[in-house]
Design a protein around this ligand. Structure first.
Ligand code: PRP
Ligand code: MN
Ligand code: MG
Length: 182
């Protein structure tokens, strides 16, 4: 039983992903050079891998917090349409610069929900960094401030992206064979 057999084709290799993360970190380090504290908010679960690799490349005073949101539940390739907040942040963000870190923005519902939740908390600034963006699928009007890579409208797995909570541990991103979910 090996995950590789379930991948139709690789979209971004491990090296390509890591190279892009390095560029994003350089940009973020520049943009926040005058910030007193950057609060990096990882959106669990998919955002974990990207957050860790990005966070290690941030050279600013940065703290790390997590929020757990869920929109895709169980063995499905389509968003449920409702986003649940399963776990809130551990620390207040008032007066801080917040950078939300996501693996992918798809319909945009997850990000919209999170921005609504965080909006009233008095942060100095809130921006979003997503590794992958699938603009074709957007149903609500949200935009990330930092985008790693645009992706086509196919069901992708790997590097945090899951199907039924599997494949997140692939170091690359690939297209899942339709036979797996059909
Ligand atoms: C996935 C992904 C994003 C969100 C994007 O999370 O990690 O958070 O969906 O989709 P959207 O733009 O259509 O809302 P998911 O709900 O699968 O939870 P997970 O991160 O725990 O896998
Ligand atoms: Mn997610
Ligand atoms: Mg998921």
């Amino acid at each position: 039983m090996t995950m590789e057999n379930d991948i139709e084709r690789v979209l971004f290799s491990e090296d390509q992903i890591q190279a892009r993360i390095k560029e994003l970190a350089t940009q973020i380090n520049q943009d926040y050079a005058n910030s007193k504290e950057l609060v990096v908010v990882s959106v669990l679960t998919g955002g974990m891998m990207f957050t860790i690799d990005l966070f290690k490349r941030i050279s600013l005073y940065a703290s790390l917090d997590c929020v757990d949101l869920s929109s895709y539940r169980g063995a499905t390739t389509t968003s449920s349409g409702t986003v649940e907040v399963l776990q809130d942040l551990k620390h207040p963000i008032a007066g801080k610069d917040v950078l939300v870190v996501e693996d992918i923005v798809d319909t945009g519902r997850t990000l919209k929900k999170l921005m609504d939740v965080l909006a009233a908390r008095g942060a100095n600034s809130i921006r979003v960094c997503t590794l992958f963006d699938k603009p074709e699928r957007r149903v609500v009007d949200v935009k990330a401030d930092y985008v790693g890579l645009d992706v086509p409208n196919e069901f992708l797995v790997g590097y945090g992206l899951d199907y039924n909570n599997l494949y997140r541990n692939l170091p690359y991103v690939g297209v899942l064979k339709p036979s797996i979910y059909q």
